[in-house]
Design a protein around this ligand. Sequence first.
Ligand code: SF4
Ligand code: SF4
Length: 300
Amino acid sequence: MKQLVILSGKGGTGKTSVAAALAHLATEGAQKISIVLADADVDAANLELVLAPRKLAQEDFWGGKVAGIDQAACSGCGECVDVCRFEAIHETNGVYKIDPIACEGCAACVYVCPTEAISMTDQIAGEWYRSESRYGPLFHAALYPAQENSGKLVTLIKQHAKLLALDDAHDLVIVDGPPGIGCPVISAASGADLALIVAEPSVAGVHDMRRILQTTEHFGVQSIVCINKADLYTEGTKEIETYCEEQGIEVIGLIPFDLNITWAMASGDPVTAYEPDGDASQALREIWKRVLSVLREQQE
Ligand code: SF4
Ligand code: SF4
């Protein structure tokens, strides 16, 4: 069982469209394999919009802790207000209250409170789901607004996907990673056998791609790159290719701008299922073949 994570240095590069297309391509044709999907973009999960999965199970995600005040024990000294760097504690008419949205769970107020009126409690920060998509099981999640700990939720989603893949002898876990280079991205990339970086030839394209490649290199994850909308800004595409060549990173395909990708998303289909002979679909088919061969080369 292998793990492929699909990443991009920023949002809007078409990462989820690529993930959905690869999920479709993995499960069709003579070389089809069995996959488990994990949507690790827990702040803005989109894979379910393309795959329209059927939810089988739903669980609470317990995130960090928040502080709460026992009013009966509070003496009104105000020391908690002074110590809270996040301005989460407010006093109105002598009553001290904590704003759970602003509270960062640092527990400083607990330690300074002279009457032990403050305690920390776990809070539900979101939900996660096990679903069945037309291409295989899908683990996905929704983090509630203003909630932290998305890295922890990404790890949880990935763990469940991996366990199911091992239990049921699936060939591959495909993880649609979060954009950027933060904590959730590190959680998504850790333990992956291969990272497919979806780059975009915008002015900031090389910069964004370089940041994510530095992250995957730091964590020892082999990376390959594909460039989406490669024909829209050929200088940018050339720049990405030159950088990758210098770094010894393979660019495995160029996806041309193709309105079928937008129309496919709107109709809830991977572009490779929506318009199999379209320009983008043909490029994605070649990209999938190369992803498979790189994964197989790792086994040799
Ligand atoms: S736990 Fe930290 S952030 Fe939350 S109210 Fe107390 S001091 Fe403020
Ligand atoms: S530090 Fe404790 S006793 Fe003082 S105002 Fe805050 S909750 Fe009340």
